[in-house]
Write a protein that binds this ligand. Sequence first.
Ligand code: 26Q
Length: 831
Amino acid sequence: MPHRSFTKSTPSASITKIPALGMKVKDLSADFKRYYINRLGRDENCRSPHYAYEALSMVVSDRLIERWKKTYNAYREQDCKKAYYLSMEFLMGRALSNAMLNLGITDEISQAMYDLGLELEELIDCEPDAGLGNGGLGRLAACFIDSCATLQLPVVGYGLRYEYGMFSQSIVNGEQVEKPDHWLRNGNIWEIERAEYTQRIKFGGHTEVHTNAQGVKKTVWLDTHDILAVPFDTPIPGFQNGTVNTLRLWKAAAREEFDLQEFNAGDYAESVAAKNTAENITMVLYPNDANENGKALRLRQQYFLASASLQDVIANWVGRHGTDFSEFAAKNCFQLNDTHPSIAVAELMRLLIDIYDLDWKSAWEITSKTMAYTNHTLLPEALEKWSVGLFQALLPRLMEIIFEINAHFLAEVSSHWPGDVDRLRRMSIIEEDHGQQVRMAYLAIVGSYSVNGVAELHSKLLQQGLFKDFYELWPQKFNNKTNGVTPRRWLASCNPELAKLITDTIGDGWITDLSELQKLKPFADDAKFRKQWQAVRLAAKQRLIDYKREEYEIELNVNALFDVQVKRMHEYKRQLLNVLHVIHLYNRLKHGDTASWTDRCVLIGGKAAPGYVMAKKIIKLINNVAQVINSDPVVDDKLKLVFLPNYRVSAMEKICPGADLSEQISTAGKEASGTGNMKFMMNGALTIGTLDGANIEIREEVGAENFFLFGLTEEEVEAKRHDYDPVAIIQADPDLQAVMNLLECGHFNQFEPDIFNDVIATLKSPHDPWMTIADFRSYIDAQKQVELAYQDKEQWTKMSILNCAASGKFSTDRTISEYNDGIWKLTPVKV
Ligand code: 26Q
């Protein structure tokens, strides 16, 4: 693919000035027809929802691009400070309905489509999810850039344009089967390729020290295998405010001279193969939501993102300010989404020193005032480490720079704690224990002026545990930024009926100031309002039932309690505990213990990393238990268990409005924050949860009486590890014993002997890190409280209203305001 050359001349005003696009039904309708007929080449005889989706997206996209230019120009004119959100994942989901909402044209479009005999919902469902992320961390990045645009902050998202996103999951014989997600197959209306901003990324080769004409020693990085990074931009609209920010995703491409060189040497096949290696870099998203350590391709991806993004920002800087970097840190800030892009610390040093001739001290001064790091995990096994050998082979110059950063850093530690050799060993960026390894989290902490966790408890545990030594050295760097979710997608757009009821009751200020939801509080005592609330929520449950009904092949009872756990499959999230409760309920039915029974539908969904054997076993167990329960005539309508396949952003938009009970049941101290918990709460679900992550803050906001708490605290978990005896706990609890008996006798795997043996063994092991058995009794008792509470319909509705009313804190508008006030210090720009 030869890359075009571009002249950077300014086009004449006559081709850039055009009248603003109309926003009325007739304008939208006329443009739609023009695209459908003239651009896509279809006619009245071809009524394809897919092409109608494409035409409509073009209509909407045109209107975004108009505002995008204006925003770009406003930022240019003000020469304002900017922040860059560096993330290996942006889990954007669908763009169309969000864009319509933020442009304020949903009703007009709906009317225009209706007039043409088209159903808007059907078109919206034609869009594939942009699934460029695993879960929480990737979706957080997407909610963040939505809030940045709504708050009119000059923030650019930088990420990778994976050809294949998160795999699609189907269930065959109860087991997860992965299919590649070729989300770009039918093109992507929402992106624009910007080949003129292509960057060149170096890999491999070696370094040499040369003395330049001024007698200064300079390191040069030679004989590299270079790969091009081509940017694709997606517009990110703010909520009805004229701002449209940018998400810039890099695609890897072989450099143009590449093919020629090899081709002339006569090795055509080799040349094409090498081209593949280059383009492989952005081929696929790693589908692990925990560390898959040591894969060279992953390190290539990380460096590719960091280097392309930094070079892009610096090219822009040099274009405006020349090579004077004295104001660079005052005008630029990089927020690192976990350690995944933290190689940026070393790369910025390299660019400033090797390319722009700064000395070490000046370069470090700039770098360490420009980088900020967010941690998203407490699991020590999930902390990224790279072997020094691999680093040296792939990025020799960066490895040298990391060694030098470490030398300076250890000198600082030494001067604080003279002679404390053990502390030096503990804090070194290079771990020496089992062959040399680079600790990426430590590189990020050393190179950043801000280090934050994502919920109060998580930030506290980082300071007292994982990063204790660093907190002692630099307490001022550490801070908390509790996560949030965007209320545009997660309430206004996904639950329009509830949104309308809220707006009719308290006005529409909540959409951009979610704390306004507090005004709903008094209406919890208003019987007429409760009736309306019940009706809206019942309709949402019915829609959830209708959504892909054919997939579950069973009828769900809309009056049953909808008890939902959707999230990645992980042992620490304890989907197993949920299953144990379902088996317990099944036991109760079998024994006629149905006094004060509440009908329940337990819905569980989530993907397992393809190599995570235990997580896949748990999926199989859920499906097998579902099979037995759902086909037992004694159980009937009283209990259903359903595994929801292929959980993703667009699925959650349909699931969260219909949930009564939100399951947030991780082992305390393990879930950094959670964000699904917030989406459910905002839509009026009640939470059953442990004192973990943001659950603690949810409970604080809504009050203990409106939250079903259970389980050990983080401190109790840690204390109990030493004398944890699950077998004794089982023996002492007849309910638990009955559950384990059913599992162990093979009741759920009659024709598949032994397949759950390892699941049972972990539950019964005194070394089970997730201590599922320890929380069983407390969980069952809390679920009993849920059951009783649900029977008092008016009381439950009150609690539902109060949960929604108390969810104001969990808007990413609040989170981003805190990032801005505490870390970025940007000035909003009116467009
Ligand atoms: C690392 C190395 C190699 C391959 C993959 C990875 C990798 C990829 C994704 C490691 C971790 C992730 C994602 C982590 C994640 O989603 N964490 C979640 O972040 C949320 C937002 O802060 C929190 O709410 C969740 O509690 C946390 O689990």
